[in-house]
Ligand binder design. Structure first.
Ligand SMILES: *Cc1c(COP(=O)(O)O)cnc(C)c1O
Length: 345
């Protein structure tokens, strides 16, 4: 079988270094890892193996399908399913070693009625997404549950000065006062960067593990993990006045050399990169020209000698790419899709 014409090179030591930096920022707290959405697009099994080898023991996925895909968890590791349990999930949830994160009174009632054992609970402290309200958490409905981790999630941690951060911190401290759990957990990647009082007993970073820079405080500390490369499948000369690609949106100002690369929006390289993205040939920037197709893009090869079969790096610095395209760093990672060969170094 031949190799696919596009690939991700994934840096194990950068991945682990990012986890270690986030763990240190959390002070005494344990540091977990959010590995939902297939490890933010990198491959959940591969990242879990690397984090576990570094000492990580707490993992978070969104759904029971994602939990099942990780059934070969290393010994001593715990897995939490953030979206909790619908009735349809109960047979799998009861048979699974993973714990549900109970989010609503109905989920709590369902888990209790089934005698479900250890669980986590999410309390909402101001985001109004998933979780019991403070009043529900105080109402006694949690009595009788064996709660491993009480957690909440920050809505605005990317903005250190946002007033909601402190409000959520105080609301979570309040909840901690009346909900008995083994551990308490509030901070995602950006929350860790707000300082150690947000860390409690366990942090839950995702984005920053994979090279995303959640806040300016993390700049210079988080290492890139993902490198994108696509193969040049055709080199062509385009004459002055001719156009390139769908919609003929690019017109050659002079005779030029154009490279057609095997990557497109079906690979998560979205149309937002048109006019903004670039590939690199020996360090020389070759700007994207025309629209992004489903499976292809065109670049201006300039004076470079890139030829058919060459591998070109695609500019994919997450913070920079997010700034120029308006996409989030999360979207840039989780959209990468299944057509890449994923190679770990
Ligand atoms: C996704 C998620 C995280 C990880 O968030 P990042 O911003 O990627 O660090 C943590 N906790 C919960 C509840 C999540 O849904």
């Amino acid at each position: 079988m031949s190799e696919p014409p596009l690939r991700l090179t994934l840096d194990s030591s950068a991945l682990v270094a990012n986890w270690r930096w986030l763990r240190a920022e959390g002070g005494q707290a344990d540091c977990g890892a959010a590995v939902k959405a297939d490890g933010y697009g990198l491959g959940a099994a591969a990242v879990v193996e690397r984090f576990a080898a570094a000492g990580c023991r707490d993992f978070f996925v969104a759904t029971w399908d994602e939990a099942e895909a990780l059934k070969d968890l290393p010994a001593g590791a715990a897995l939490s399913v953030l979206h909790g349990v619908r009735s349809a999930d109960m047979p799998r949830a009861l048979a699974s070693k993973a714990r549900p994160v109970l989010n609503s009174p109905a989920q709590v009632a369902r888990w209790k009625a089934a005698g479900g054992g250890a669980c986590d609970v999410m309390v909402d402290t101001g985001m109004n997404r998933l979780g019991l309200t403070i009043e529900e958490a105080r109402s006694g409905l949690l009595e009788g549950l064996r709660i491993e981790t009480l957690m909440s999630h920050l809505a605005c941690a990317e903005e250190a000065d946002h007033g909601l951060n402190m409000q959520q911190l105080y609301a979570f401290r309040l909840a901690k006062g009346f909900v008995k759990a083994k551990r308490y957990s509030l901070a995602n990647s950006a929350g860790i960067c707000l300082g150690p009082r947000y860390a409690f007993d366990l942090t839950r970073p995702g984005l920053a593990l994979y090279g995303g820079v959640p806040t300016p405080a993390a700049e210079g500390h988080i290492r890139p993990v993902v490198r994108l490369e696509a193969q040049l499948i055709q080199r062509r000369m385009v004459r002055a006045g001719q156009t390139v690609g769908y919609g003929a949106t690019f017109t050659a100002p002079a005779e030029m050399q154009v490279g057609i690369l095997n990557i497109g929006y079906a690979d998560g390289y979205l149309r937002a990169f048109a006019g903004k993205g670039h590939a690199l040939v020996d360090g020389v920037r070759c700007p994207l020209i025309g629209r992004v197709s489903m499976d292809l893009v065109a670049v201006d090869l300039g004076q470079t000698h890139a030829g058919e079969g060459d591998w070109l790096e695609i500019g994919y610095d997450l913070a920079q790419a997010a700034a120029v395209t308006g996409l989030s760093q999360y979207e840039l990672l989780t959209g990468l899709g299944g057509r890449y060969q994923r190679r770990w170094t």
